[in-house]
Design a protein. Sequence first.
Length: 103
Amino acid sequence: MKFTDMMRITRVSALVLVLVAMMAWMTFAQPNTNNNNSARGDRGNDNRTETTRVVERDNDFDWGWLGLLGLLGLAGLIPKKRKVEVQEFHDVDQRTTNTETRP
């Protein structure tokens, strides 16, 4: 096994290990949604009510048009088509010999 093959396997293994660790960390970072006191440890009666209010502040601005303008701005990054020039060279020093024989 070559050294480059071993390095490639090591890099792929390290990447897989990091991805698995990140996924495990993300699952443990989820909040406990269980409202049962026994799940949190008995801390007494701390029932709270939470209210959420959705506030929409778009000020009548259509964000879709801004996104389209941004995509049009990226159009300048498209590479230009290149003209491929083919040059043919003929060897002028090429000597031809006449192999015809006449009687």
